[in-house]
Design a protein around this ligand. Structure first.
Ligand code: HEM
Length: 484
């Protein structure tokens, strides 16, 4: 009977019916029993042929400036591992559990691979007049290794840091004078960002160029420094847009690609002018001279100096705003910081736990790996969502609370053992941020000095925006009132 019906139908109609059932996800029972033997499918948002899941940001209800909320939602919906698909359905996996994150970041590797900012790398390759490579952040393999060895030995050395200690104190003192000069008579700063930007530019230049450039004298808070900060913000946003939305920039110059090129050029030219204006002497400073004297292409040296200055400004700015905001919300903690210098460092760590600016950490697997009961192949792109894991009560007690004391005394051991691969604001392994030591030196010094001088308060409720880096959304007003 069945065969008679089939024979009476046109072959094309049968094929169409089968296709329709297939597309509607119907599978006969014998198929299903076969399917259970297949590897588990990693859950994730609905993917469409060719465009994968990235259409969600173009036609769906998600926005790239709320990427952090998107990943929170993915974790809540799908659990410890989530699959997205980029153009041509290439998978990208997100992981959220401590053990899995540790496995990825600890995986042995000669040259760990972090996916590059493809648009930036492509632009740099198209400008051989300026760039000899895509830069330390984007390069891979032996090229990355030779740049890393040539460029970062000095900036990561404890000696450079101990030499910088007095400079950091001077910067903090000058910043306090600057705050007194620019705040309103009642102590209000309308937007803490405008206060922090000159400090970050001055600090990054002091480290890399070994010179104070005077950005914190009130008359020198030129539109120039704010323009540089705005270009850095544009740069990060354009990197986010070219990276996380569909990569049409590969086919024609999209607005985000043009924005990336414009900001990259502005940063390059502005910092280069700064270097030239100050007629630096390569014997004056170890970081600058170590780069100038490195045995690499001259274009590589200029690009590295500019990249190092730029890398420090925006990341430090966001980290400082988050730290000051959290401390301003906790007056009692300010009193403890005044009495006990370890409290400043503990506050910094707690701020990194709650609000790390550079998240998630990305890696490309070099071997097959079992993650959250799923088998991922070598070559898979994996995003480690440390920031989300840090807010789970599986990893920290009262995870949403700002509790610097968890990093001190009897609690310290328990916290640091949980934090090893979770509170990693600077990444981990061989590709760890070369600015880590420097930032960990200056942040507590700045905090201690400011809290000793001023009482910080704010009624503001912080909102977050994803600019590739996690950043405060809109102005953050704050009172800084002189302490007795
Ligand atoms: C609060 C400030 C900063 C934060 C939060 C931060 C964060 C990060 C993170 C998360 C990475 C990726 C690490 C990984 O994949 O494991 C990174 C890489 C990098 N950072 Fe930073 N960074 C900061 C400041 C700086 C400074 C001051 C410099 C200047 C030297 C710098 C230069 C770089 C470079 C060159 C890389 C690429 C390293 C490589 O791939 O080998 N960063 N940073």
């Amino acid at each position: 009977m069945f065969f008679e019906i089939i024979q009476s139908l046109d072959k094309i109609a049968v094929i169409l019916m089968v296709l329709i059932f297939f597309l509607l996800d119907y599978r006969p029972p014998w198929w299903k029993s076969k399917e259970t033997k297949q590897p588990l499918i990693v859950p994730g948002p609905r993917s469409i042929p060719l465009l994968g899941t990235r259409w969600l940001f173009h036609f769906g209800s998600y926005h790239l400036n709320k990427l952090h909320e998107f990943y929170d939602e993915m974790y809540n919906l799908y659990g410890p591992i989530v699959k997205e698909e980029v153009l041509f359905n290439i998978p990208v996996y997100s992981i959220f559990e401590r053990a899995d994150i540790e496995k990825v970041l600890k995986a042995p590797s000669k040259y760990p691979i972090r996916p590059p900012s493809a648009a930036q790398a492509s632009y740099r390759y198209s400008r051989p007049d300026r760039y000899a490579s895509a830069g330390l952040v984007n390069e891979q393999g032996e090229k990355w290794h030779s740049l890393r060895v040539s460029l970062t030995a000095n900036i990561t050395s404890p000696k450079t840091m101990s030499n910088f200690q007095n400079e950091a104190m001077d910067l903090a003192n000058d910043w306090c004078s600057y705050i007194k000069a620019v705040r309103e008579p009642n102590g209000l700063i309308q937007n803490i960002n405008d206060l922090v930007v000159p400090l970050c530019i001055e600090t990054s230049c002091a480290l890399v160029l070994g010179r104070r450039l005077g950005f914190m004298s009130p008359e020198k808070v030129t539109p120039e420094s704010l323009k540089l900060a705005a270009a850095l913000q544009d740069h990060f946003v354009s990197l986010r847009d070219t990276q996380f939305s569909l990569p049409f920039w590969k086919f024609f110059q999209t607005s985000s690609y043009r924005k990336m090129v414009k900001s990259e050029n502005y940063i390059y030219e502005t910092v280069l002018n700064m270097i030239n204006d100050f007629a630096l002497n390569d014997r004056e400073n170890t970081v600058y001279s170590s780069i100038i004297n490195a045995d690499i292409d001259g274009r590589e040296k200029t690009a590295a100096i500019i990249d190092f200055i730029a890398a420090g400004i925006h990341t430090l700015k966001n980290s400082l705003i988050f730290l000051f905001y959290l401390v301003a919300k906790h007056p009692k903690i300010q009193e403890k910081i005044i009495d006990d210098p370890y409290y400043a460092k503990a506050s910094m760590m707690e701020s990194f736990r709650l609000l790390p600016t550079a998240t998630p950490l990305a890696r490309i697997l070099e071997q097959d790996m079992e993650l959250a009961c799923h088998h991922l192949k070598a070559g898979s792109v994996v995003l480690c969502h440390n920031a989300i894991a840090c807010k789970s009560d599986k990893n920290f007690e009262h995870p949403d609370k700002f509790l610097p004391e968890r990093w001190l005394g009897d609690n310290k051991h328990k916290t640091t053992s949980m934090a090893t691969f979770l509170v990693t604001p600077f990444g981990a392994g061989k590709r760890i941020c070369p600015g880590k030591r420097f930032i960990e030196l200056v942040l507590p010094i700045f905090l201690q000095k400011v809290v000793n001088n001023f009482e910080l308060t704010t009624e503001h409720i912080l909102e977050l925006e994803n600019e590739f880096l996690l950043a405060p959304k809109g102005p953050v007003p704050m009172f800084l009132i002189n302490r007795e």
